[in-house]
Design a protein around this ligand. Structure first.
Ligand code: SAM
Length: 618
């Protein structure tokens, strides 16, 4: 054999319905050892310069809590190297038309690895690809197929692999898990100078191959009996002793509590960090719900393998994200704490926004007049519309607007698109002192804005904005149907949110402090509120999961009872409008295949978190 290409059954994916089948072993370790044994006998049949392209997909392991990525292909590849194979390259087959997914707490899988194995350093692959501009990324769409129950790889994949080797006429190509015969189809159509051997267990699939490749009984189909074989069943993870020595720890380094992003150029620095994951030191520096992204531009199968073992060491690897850097890739691992209780930070709402903002959008092209606004903070929900733009940010996004509410009131509103900087503006001090580092000058939302003449303001805005659509010269009376309103109905709106991520524990302590100072029992306080507040007041005073924060309206009632600090009032009651994109918009969770220019995504994902603003009264 000169050239072998195959895609064996993946572990735990489907039932091929026969005895001795591969893929339905109890553990993936047994599956790996089975394949190592089979591939080892394949190695004997490979010519000295021959290569073996192995395509194999990964799987998330079933687990109560957060399910880890299995790293099955990489653990197999690593152990095949231990078994004497040379791993020349890991090609990433990226599938631009991969299956969509409703997953919202990790990147969506969109690629599979193809390992390039050989017996010798010098082989038909390295002959051709010693130059630097060889790309180890193949972008190939999945191909629709009429064959049911077979996981078919695209003809273009086989073709692309045949193009990156140097094959003499009369070379022999093998596919030991032929399935629907894609390998044969490509060879027969485009590489007529080669011989091909297909192995397939299932007679149904042999029929498919016959038909698909127009064989018409012209070829020999040899029948072999299943020969039982022995394979090792060691526990993979016990085989390695990793990082015996614990090195310098992170002590002086500042790490963002929500997690961090560290991508190194060299393996050594990466391993230094990995050791700290192994020894759990990292856990002293980050929150339990933190999300870490770590990667190395310089890597090999061993690095991936050693990283994958974190899954058994108190961590869960949720993704191996492929970063495309010109024509090469490197991995970034998304790692979270392994516990059943706490969700980890994966602020996909931020990405949604980001995809609409910095990545794609020129805000100057959006006419916001008529955009819907929902106030859902207060108990009574209210809807309104933006009727006037008072001030824009440099990038054309809104800063201050006037909203007309359905109850015919008007408010001036501050608009934000990320809470990131805003929350860093708050500092907690002793004795319930709270400091706004930079006083934001907008008017408090509870103060009603003076009524405006709607017709005038709308026309005014359309005339003065960069809006260039068909209503450009119109003084529209029916402003509900303005272009902004329409686009708002279709895809976007604003919602009223608290400006600050309010720390509920802090507020509960504060109200309790005020209550006790005034000599009121919890019951006393409850009776000062309407009947339907029976439980609500209690929730304000609790500091566990049942705790809640008073709405701005409730807070103003509290100011009538207690003498409350203005800064804390601002902290609780200041609100801002935040843009929202409705579900059926084009936004998709990003794939686990990213360009090196989009690394900013990681930053967005771990932004915005209330826990960051924990307070300490000691
Ligand atoms: C993932 S499919 C290969 C699909 C193929 N690349 C294509 O494009 O159609 C794996 C194939 O291996 C075959 N197979 C052969 N021996 C097997 C075994 N011992 N256990 C499981 N599957 C086996 C299955 O019947 C199945 O057709």
């Amino acid at each position: 054999m000169d050239f072998t290409v195959t895609s064996p059954p993946y572990w735990g994916q489907r039932d091929y319905g026969f005895k001795g089948q591969i893929g339905n072993e109890k553990t993936y370790q047994a599956y790996i050892y089975k394949l190592i044994t089979i591939f080892s006998s394949l190695k004997e049949k490979l010519t000295p310069e021959g290569v073996f392209f192995l395509n194999i997909g990964d799987k998330y392991l079933a687990k109560y809590g957060k399910s880890p990525l299995g790293f099955i292909p990489y653990q197999l590849a690593y152990l095949m190297v231990k078994d004497g194979w040379i791993l020349n390259e890991i090609i990433i087959w990226s599938k631009p038309n991969h299956m969509p997914s409703s997953i919202k707490n990790r990147f969506v899988n969109s690629y599979e690895p193809v390992f390039v194995f050989s017996k010798n350093e010098h082989n038909i692959f390295t002959k051709k690809n010693t130059h630097n501009n060889f790309s180890n990324i193949l972008k190939i769409n999945l191909q629709p197929t009429p064959y049911k129950h077979v996981a078919v790889y695209p003809e273009k994949l086989v073709d692309s692999l045949l193009r990156i080797v140097v094959l003499k006429d009369n070379s022999t190509i093998l596919d030991p898990f032929a399935g629907s015969g894609t390998t044969l189809k490509v060879t027969k159509d485009y590489y007529k100078a080669f011989n091909a051997i297909m192995i397939e267990n299932h007679t149904d699939y042999i029929d498919i191959i016959n038909e698909r490749c127009d064989l018409n009984g012209q070829v020999d189909i040899l029948k072999y009996n299943f020969i039982p074989y022995k394979y090792q069943t060691n526990n993979l993870n016990e085989q390695l002793t990793l990082f015996e020595e614990e090195k310098q720890l992170l002590t002086n380094k500042v790490i963002d509590k929500n997690g961090f992003i560290k991508i190194y150029n060299d393996k050594e620095s990466y391993y230094n960090l990995l050791e700290q994951f192994y020894s759990d030191t990292i856990k002293n520096h980050i929150n339990i719900n933190a999300t870490c992204f770590i990667g190395s531009k310089d890597f090999d199968i061993e690095l991936i393998y050693k990283t994958s073992l974190l899954n058994n060491k108190g961590w869960v690897i949720r993704n191996m994200i492929i970063i495309e850097d010109i024509n090469r890739w490197f991995p970034v691992f998304m790692i979270v704490d392994d516990n059943k209780k706490n969700k980890y930070i994966f602020n996909y709402e931020n990405l949604k926004l980001k995809s609409k903002t910095e990545y794609q959008r020129d805000w100057n092209l959006t006419n916001f007049i008529g955009y819907r606004v929902f106030n859902s903070i207060d108990k009574i929900k209210k809807e309104g519309k933006i009727i006037e733009i008072l001030q824009k940010k440099e990038n054309g996004f809104l800063e201050y607007v006037i909203v007309e509410w359905e109850d015919n009131t008007y408010t001036k509103e501050f608009v934000i698109y990320s809470k990131k900087e805003i929350n860093q503006n708050i500092i907690f001090e002793k004795n319930f002192n709270i400091k706004e580092l930079k006083s934001l000058t907008f008017i408090n939302n509870h103060i009603q804005y003076k009524k405006r003449q709607q017709k005038e303001t709308i026309a005014h805005d359309i005339l003065n904005s960069n809006y260039n659509g068909k209503f450009k010269n119109e003084k529209r009376k029916n402003w509900g149907a303005s272009p902004g309103a329409r686009s708002s109905v279709e895809q976007e709106y604003f919602s009223t949110q608290r400006l600050y991520d309010v720390n509920q524990n802090f507020i509960a302590d504060y109200i309790n402090f005020k209550r006790i100072q005034k000599g009121l029992s919890k019951q006393d306080l409850t009776t000062l509120f309407p009947k339907n507040y029976k439980h609500t007041v209690g929730h304000w005073l609790r500091k566990d999961f049942g705790g809640s924060i008073p709405t701005p309206t409730d807070w103003f009632k509290l100011t009538e009872i207690f003498d409350l600090d203005t800064k804390i009032t601002n902290y609780v009651c200041k609100t801002a409008l935040k843009i929202q994109t409705v579900k059926n918009s084009e936004f998709k969770i990003p794939d686990d295949f990213l360009n090196v220019n989009s690394l900013g995504l990681f930053d967005e994902l771990i932004n915005d978190n209330a826990d960051k603003h924990s307070y300490n009264l000691q």
